[in-house]
Ligand binder design. Structure first.
Ligand SMILES: *[C@@H]1O[C@H](CO)[C@@H](O)[C@H](O)[C@H]1NC(C)=O
Ligand SMILES: *[C@@H]1O[C@H](CO)[C@@H](O)[C@H](O)[C@H]1NC(C)=O
Ligand SMILES: *[C@@H]1O[C@H](CO)[C@@H](O)[C@H](O)[C@H]1NC(C)=O
Length: 458
């Protein structure tokens, strides 16, 4: 079938840039894209007026009008109360020792994260990652869930009260069970966040070796609870890619790497530039321009909050560092910085182009998609390609040069259809024209300083 679009007249075969997709060359399998609403940000989203709330949810999760995100990273609380933006623990009272039974308090709401998780599932989100920033204070060397300290019982962390590793594992399993009661299956659990950093809020220090000491307790605890098939262990959400590489080596040397599901890292202190040495899937689970003033633009001067900057970051993590998942820090919240993708202001919400950068990938690279080979393209172009489980092939083109026409050969696509989707300074994932010739070659246009995703399906 030959689809003639309105761009047909301006397709100039003589200057067209050639790209070839190699479906037989396969790389990592994708889990998806996402964000977090931890530290009570879910409450901000939940409390919006009905129409703004619906708009924000569609922007995040909808596969026809939004980004179609597929991973939600929830925060497991450790704090004694909900002051400031803290996340309260489900076991606030010290039971008196590690062998005493924990006394749980469950409000069925968890700072609106239960509500948000249910919404996410309604939209088809497949991955709910529950991540603790710390254990409760009484399980730690410093007696406080904030200000660093270590989990009592891991190597080098001695406490008079004893070894709290089993208690912390039981606690995480109970959190997963509370979510099951609400009809939500958590798929991944993490027990550390930026374990090299001590902060005035929930934080717990750990080396890779110490993480392994706990993984060896958490894994059989999940198994005894009948959760080993449904809940994978993630580790360690280090501050940067290089340090997560080191921690992963330590976990392997301690004999606990097999017990992991996903290796998780942030990008604050080093970017995902090389694959982490592990057979497991790897996700970039948190990064944002935390301090930069709110920027809704796609491209101006290459600023840290610009959409095109983020399109490049996501691309580099997937193609250069073998990432199977990529998460921003916050999805939706108020305030004047770029720490979120969508800003709440006076009860209304506005998306940044960073959201549309995510959407260019997330809506068309669905969970289970396999990255495949691609070659050609101009020197100022980044290209990637993915084969989805439904047989559709999506091709991403980030063009930092001038406008050009493209000719993309995707194996034998005779009889297929193609759609193309553009984000630039004046488009938000808008559909543009593309056609597929009788020989199966896709042609379309890519404006300067833009990102276009082509999707073929039979
Ligand atoms: C997504 O958006 C479309 C178009 O606005 C709408 O028809 C559909 O109901 C939305 N999907 C969900 C799951 O809300
Ligand atoms: C990429 O990740 C996959 C797991 O998702 C792994 O099997 C593969 O070995 C990794 N490739 C490289 C080059 O590290
Ligand atoms: C929000 O509302 C206040 C009061 O009506 C107004 O002064 C302010 O400019 C508004 N802010 C934005 C970003 O629209």
């Amino acid at each position: 079938m030959r689809l003639i679009g309105t761009f047909g007249a301006v397709l100039a075969p003589l200057t067209s840039t050639q790209i070839t997709v190699e479906l037989s060359q396969t790389y990592q399998t994708m889990d998806g894209f996402g964000f977090s609403e931890a530290f009570q940000r879910s409450n901000q989203l939940h409390e919006l007026p009905e129409d703004s709330r619906q708009y924000a949810l569609d922007l995040l999760f909808n596969t026809t009008s939004g980004a179609g995100m597929t991973i939600l990273r929830n925060g497991i609380g450790s704090s004694p109360d909900s002051r400031s933006d803290w996340m309260a623990t489900i076991a606030p009272q010290n039971p008196g020792g590690p062998n005493a039974e924990l006394q749980y308090v469950w409000d069925g709401d968890d700072n609106s994260q239960v509500w948000l998780s249910k919404k996410a599932l309604e939209y088809g989100v497949t991955t709910i990652y529950a991540n603790a920033w710390s254990a409760p204070g009484y399980m730690k060397t410093n007696g406080n869930d904030a200000n660093g300290g270590s989990l009592c019982g891991v190597s080098g962390a001695y406490c008079q009260s004893g070894d709290w590793r089993q208690s912390y594992a039981d606690y995480l399993v109970q959190y997963i069970k509370f979510y099951q009661q609400e009809g939500i299956q958590i798929t991944h659990v993490g027990f550390l966040n930026e374990p090299e950093l001590s902060t005035s809020y929930a934080s717990m220090l750990s080396s890779g070796t110490q993480a392994a000491d706990f993984i060896k307790v958490l894994s059989p605890t999940l198994e005894a609870a009948g959760l080993s098939e449904t809940v994978g262990i993630n580790c360690c959400d280090a501050e940067g890619w290089n340090h997560q590489g080191q921690m992963t080596n330590e976990i392997r040397n301690a004999g606990a790497e097999d017990l992991l599901s996903v290796v998780t890292s942030h990008s604050y202190t080093s970017q995902p530039s090389n694959p982490i040495n592990t057979p497991h899937r790897v996700w970039q689970t948190e990064y944002a321009d935390l301090q930069g003033a709110w920027d809704e633009n796609w491209y101006g001067w290459g600023g840290a909050g610009e959409g095109m900057t983020w399109a490049n970051r996501i691309f580099d993590a997937i193609t250069g560092a073998n990432a199977s998942g990529y998460l921003y820090w916050i999805g939706v919240q108020g305030g004047d910085t770029n720490s979120k993708l969508i800003r709440i202001s006076n009860g209304s919400v506005s998306p940044s182009k960073r959201l549309w950068a995510f959407a260019q990938f997330s809506r068309f690279i669905r969970p289970g998609a396999v990255r495949v080979g691609i070659s050609g393209g101009g020197w100022n172009m980044k290209t990637s390609a993915f084969l989805n489980l439904d047989g559709s092939v999506s091709v991403q083109v980030i063009n930092s040069g001038g406008a050009t026409s493209l000719s993309i050969k995707v194996g034998d696509m005779t009889g297929s259809t193609v759609t193309a989707w553009l984000t630039d300074n004046s488009h938000d994932l808008d559909q543009i024209d593309a056609e597929i010739g009788s020989d199966g070659t896709v042609s379309g246009n890519v404006p300067g300083q833009s990102m276009v995703t082509f999707v073929t399906s039979s």
